[in-house]
Design a protein around this ligand. Structure first.
Ligand SMILES: O=C(O)CCC(=O)C(=O)O
Length: 191
């Protein structure tokens, strides 16, 4: 495990073996219902620069980027991963936001996962598959930024005050031509 500086970000390289990661990547591409969602910026609507799917236990609703999402059911292979993460790290997870970055033009801007449904100090487990992409973490108080590479099969745990005191982003990388899938497993509290 690598802790990013002394920040509450913990990186587990090759949490999945490359064979396991290959298999999950292919199943995720085929079996998840990927959609282009819209985002409103200053009253104008734009397509989000990635494909998204939200999966959760029954009865859970989630607001994200100002929109309410109704969840899709768990495919077996993702349910297995959340159970493994639960066993390995003792963290409860009842939902997962799935992001599909078609190539290096797709991206995620600076944000914190600090929606009130996640509670004050959420544990978020972020699993990366596919092409390696840079991931940036910024300390809100100082503006200090760390960049880490997230590879096929890597797991990043964001814990404690990771959302309150830091923001994170997946910047565009024009030279990257291959796809990446990221799952951020979360526990939604109010439902
Ligand atoms: O794709 C990533 O690694 C980042 C995903 C993310 O920040 C999120 O889902 O909140």
């Amino acid at each position: 495990m690598i802790q990013i500086k002394d920040w509450p970000f913990y990186l587990y390289r090759e949490y999945l073996s490359s064979e396991e990661a290959d298999s999950i990547f292919h199943r995720a591409k085929q079996e998840i219902l990927w959609k282009t969602e819209e985002i409103k910026i200053f009253g104008k609507t734009y397509p989000q620069p990635r494909l998204i799917s939200w999966i959760a236990d029954q009865g859970i609703e989630y607001s994200y980027s100002g929109k309410k999402y109704h969840p899709n059911p768990w495919p077996d292979f993702l349910d297995d991963i959340r159970r493994n993460i639960h066993q390995d790290f003792q963290i409860k997870l009842n939902s997962v936001l799935c992001n599909f970055y078609r190539d290096g033009n797709d991206k995620m801007g600076w944000h914190s996962d600090n929606e009130k449904e996640l509670g004050p100090e959420p544990n978020i487990a972020s699993l990366s598959l596919g092409v390696t992409r840079d991931f940036k973490i910024k300390m809100k108080s100082s503006g200090q930024i760390e960049t880490i590479e997230l590879n096929h099969g890597d797991l990043l745990l964001m814990k404690g005050k990771a959302q309150e005191n830091f923001s994170h982003a997946l910047p565009p990388r024009k030279k990257v031509r291959e796809a990446r899938i990221n799952f951020t497993f979360r526990q939604i509290l109010s439902f």
